[in-house]
Design a protein around this ligand. Structure first.
Ligand code: PHE
Length: 339
């Protein structure tokens, strides 16, 4: 048996290193990497193993040098394998979001905003606050006294008809309870608690069994205003409403009073606001009726005041140009996003 020449052995070793370098650099997934590992360094049938067997056939004198070259190649191929493993592991981590590129633009955080009616309520509170009106709350479940009696709406009054109100199935003793039909209840609650002078505004939900259409809904919002101060007149009422209207709607808004009737104001008026060349009814108002002042324990000969009640949906629809108030309650983001 003739010994294999050293030069041929070394040439085969170099070719193996070159093939391994190319193969490990080309793998893009773990199964290709495993296939390359088996081909080059597999314990049985791997190409490195096959070359190792050739070592035994070399001249004894050539063996030390050949062995050193073989070990160098073995180490180099192990390094190539490790590098390929590290490269694939890094790519997987990046896919998982483990690699963060801080130079990429961030994901925008969507920002919401308040519902247009809430925006309207806050705006009204802010404007009225500047005129000295404190914002107060009242309950939505009311008794006969605050919703009717103290407001001079007697038992036989048609406004108390069960068909025109949401009476509750539960009563407080013999006193039927109902969802308040107006925020004027808060006038009574505040005057019962405090002495004049006072300026309050109260915004909240009211309930009436109306059929829903473009301008009606069984639940809606009112803004109630009450001012009780010595020497108060209708002129003050009109000025406050005009200042409010021009602040809320912008520009010089004209306010018009039309004679009307409410049991709890005398005289009573309907309030219209002229905006964009049209008169729009915004609510009711008047001088607080002496019977109401007496009901809360005030001296009707000593104090005077005015009150007004406006529809929040109505003034919001006016301001934003909304044709159908039901849009306020549909929770359609395509509508809500516009405010
Ligand atoms: N409460 C009345 C309504 O709901 C409006 C109003 C309020 C009228 C205050 C006069 C004074 O229609």
């Amino acid at each position: 048996m003739t010994a294999a020449p050293l030069a041929a052995f070394l040439a085969e070793l170099d070719a193996l290193r070159a093939d391994a370098a190319a193969a490990f650099a080309a793998v893009t997934d773990s199964s290709a990497l495993e296939a390359a590992r088996v081909e080059f360094v597999g314990a049985r049938g791997g190409r490195l193993k096959a070359i190792q067997k050739l070592l035994g056939g070399l001249d004894v004198a050539d063996k030390p040098a050949a062995g050193k070259h073989f070990n160098d190649a073995k180490t180099a191929i192990a390094d190539l394998l490790a590098a390929a493993q590290a490269r694939l592991a890094g790519a997987t981590a990046a896919d998982d979001g483990g690699g963060i590129d801080v130079t990429l633009p961030g994901d925008p955080v969507p920002r919401g905003h308040f519902h247009p009616l809430t925006q309207t309520v806050r705006r009204v509170q802010e404007i009225m606050g500047r005129l000295g009106f404190e914002s107060v709350d009242g309950p939505e479940v009311e008794d006969q006294w605050h919703n009717f009696e103290a407001l001079a709406i007697p038992a036989e009054h048609p406004a108390r008809d069960p068909l025109d109100n949401f009476y509750l199935a539960v009563a407080r003793g013999s006193d039927p309870l109902l969802l308040r039909s107006q925020t004027s209840t808060v006038q009574i609650r505040v005057m019962e608690q405090r002495e004049p002078p006072l300026r309050i505004v109260s915004l909240g939900r009211v309930y009436r069994p109306d059929t829903a259409d473009a301008t009606h809904y069984p639940m809606f919002h009112q803004v109630e205003g009450l001012l009780v101060e010595p020497g108060t007149t209708m002129a003050h009422l009109k000025s406050v409403l005009r200042l409010f209207a021009s602040s809320f709607l912008g520009g010089d808004v004209h306010v018009r009073f039309r004679p009307s009737f409410f049991p709890f104001t005398e005289p009573s008026v309907e309030v219209d606001m002229e905006w964009g060349g049209r008169w729009v009814e915004m609510g009711g108002a008047g001088m607080v009726d002496p019977a109401v002042l007496a009901a809360v324990g005030y001296d009707p000969d000593a104090v005077t005041g005015f009150a007004f009640g406006l529809g929040v949906e109505r003034i919001a629809a006016r301001r934003y140009g909304v044709a159908d108030i039901r849009d306020f309650y549909r929770n359609d983001v395509r509508f809500l996003r516009q405010f």
